[in-house]
Every structure is written in C-alpha cells, then in structure tokens.
Design a protein around this ligand. Sequence first.
Ligand code: NAD
Length: 349
Amino acid sequence: MKKILITGGAGFIGSHVVRLFVTKYSEYQIYNLDALTYAGNLENLADIENSENYTFIKGDITDESFITNLFEKYQFDGVIHLAAESHVDRSIEDPMAFVKTNVIGTVNLLNAARKLWANNAEGKRFYHISTDEVYGSLGAEGLFTETTPYDPNSPYSASKASSDHFVRAYGETYGLPYVLTNCSNNYGPNHFPEKLIPLFINNIITNKPLPVYGDGNYTRDWLFVVDHARAIDLVFHEGLNHETYNIGGFNEWKNIDLVQLLCSIMDNKLGREAGKSAELITYVKDRPGHDLRYAIDASKINKKLGWEPSVTFEQGLEITVNWYLNNPDWLNNVTTGAYATYYKKQYLK
Ligand code: NAD
C-alpha cells in the first residue's frame, strides 16, 4: 500500500486532486494535510470524507517540528504539494504570509522528505505544484515553455518561483526524487470567490459590480480544474524524475472577452434580458505589477505523457456556472464572515 501526502487538499485544486486519488486508487492511503486557512474548506470533500483510504490532518506546513514528526509517524511514499497562499492581490497586501507558507513551508516539507527517504528513495516522489506566473509577463506573441527563464513580478509569483528553485536544488544537491509542474489559471467548482470567474458569477447572481482591472485587455490561459487534476495524476505516476512539465488549456482569453462571455451565459441561465449582466461591468484601478499576458506551451506533457484537456472552455464554464447555481449554500457559507470584510476592503475602498 502506498501512503500519499497531499498538502492543501481542502483548497480549490487540492480538493479535486484528493477526490481523484481517493476514488481512483483504493489501494493508496491518502492523507490530506491542510491548515484550513480562509481558502481551505472541508465542505469541498464532503462526498469522500468517510472513505476508508482517506485521512484528514489539520496542520500547518510552516511548523517545522510538526512536519518532521508527521513524516516520521506516517512514513509517506509520495508527496503532492499544493498548500500555498495563492491570491496575488493578498500577496500585495501581505507578502510575508506568502514567504512563510510558500517558501518556508515548502522547504520544511523538502527537509522532511529528504530525511525520510535518505537511505532508500526508490519509488518515492516529491511532486511540487506551481504556476505559470513564475515566468513573468509575455508580450503579444510567444508562449511559456519549460525553459523560459523565471521573471516573477508579484510577491505571489516570487514566492512560488523561490519554492520551485528550492525543489530543483534539493533534486540536484541531495538527489531528492521530484517532479514539478507549472500550470495556467484554473477554474471550476469549489473555487473561492476572490478569483475572477467565481467572483463574477457570484456578483452577477447578487447584482454587484463586476470589477475589471485596467482596460480589461489582460490575457490569461484557462484550464478546467478537473483537467489539471488529471494531469497531476499522470505526472505523479508517469512523469520523469527531475523533470518539469507545463500544463495549460490551449485557451487564451482577454479578461474583458471572458467577462462578456460569462455575462451572456448568466443572462441565459438566470432568464435575464440579454446584456443585463454586462451592465454590471465596472473598470477599476489596475493591480500594481500586473502581468499583461500568460500563455502556456503544453506540448511537452501532451507529446510525452499524452495529456490533453477533456472539455472545451464552453463545456467547462457551463459545468462551473451550473455548480455555483446549484450550490447556493456553499457560496453563502464562504462569502460571509472574513470574506465580506476582505471584499469591502478590496473593492469598496
Ligand atoms: P487555494 O488557495 O484554493 O488552496 C490552498 C490550500 O492550502 C487551502 O486549503 C489552505 O487552507 C491551504 N494552506 C494554506 N496555507 C497553508 C499552510 N501554511 N499549511 C497547510 N495548508 C495551508 O489554492 P489553489 O488555487 O487550489 O492552488 C493550489 C496550488 O496550485 C497552489 O500551490 C498554487 O500556487 C497552485 N496553482 C494554482 C493555480 C490556480 O489557478 N488556482 C494555477 C497554477 C498553480
């Protein structure tokens, strides 16, 4: 039996990864370690929480002795590391929280894995999940490949870039068996409504302004979260040791075009007159250090491991919008309390 530690499994992407591994690999024991910050929500995993091969552990990856003891106690065979502070706007407000979790937390996990596997690293694997934002900003042309130099611009991407470097350094220096992936923007069910797509779905439902940064021409590549989880499964099992793979949706959208598309889907779903939701679009002051364009060349994972997205953007958005409309309690639970305070500070200044 394999013992797999998944960190950040109560978050957006982590919960989809935990669900996939728990349901697909009954022979594995899956341990979900999560500090349950504002972004962690065990409701995301209500459907699998009683599975025999699943254990939830509440804990903080920045706590060195806790992490060391955890690895000694459970003797993990593999780590899939997703726990992070993940929101760029929050990193601009409080960079140190990102240094602590994303850099120090990652190094704590690397140290514990290195120690545990020092005498026998056969069949072991440390999988670090990262972002395309480490590559910085693209102009109108070109794509990020696995060899694009790192050039992070936000405290968030700088902290993720730093953690990526530590993972590679542990591979080179200590022979730690690792794989690393850099993925584009995810969307889908269970996404915390501070990020663009769920924020806008929620604001359209509740008739609040849709805050679009700058001129709305920022371009992002979008991937359905379930397809990211499928890619993580594939890389964890079949990716080559010490390799990096870029993951993307081959799906670039200017923010303003994406918002218009979302508005028309929502008008349709809510039975509103065409163009009604788009009236909520409000241009707001730009985010400092805002990267113009991200776009991923995902041909390596496609050619080497045979991965490709399973749904089109239109299909993925349809599933996503339906999920938010069918889960008002989830949305209500996460948009009250601390979220309401954050929202006020961020958008109603
Ligand atoms: P998220 O913010 O939804 O979830 C992060 C999870 O980590 C939460 O459950 C939180 O409670 C947990 N966590 C935070 N600090 C912790 C700590 N100190 N100890 C233990 N747990 C802690 O994030 P997400 O969007 O699911 O992203 C997951 C990973 O994927 C991150 O590493 C992120 O950088 C990366 N990533 C995200 C995207 C995206 O579009 N969301 C794209 C590429 C890569």
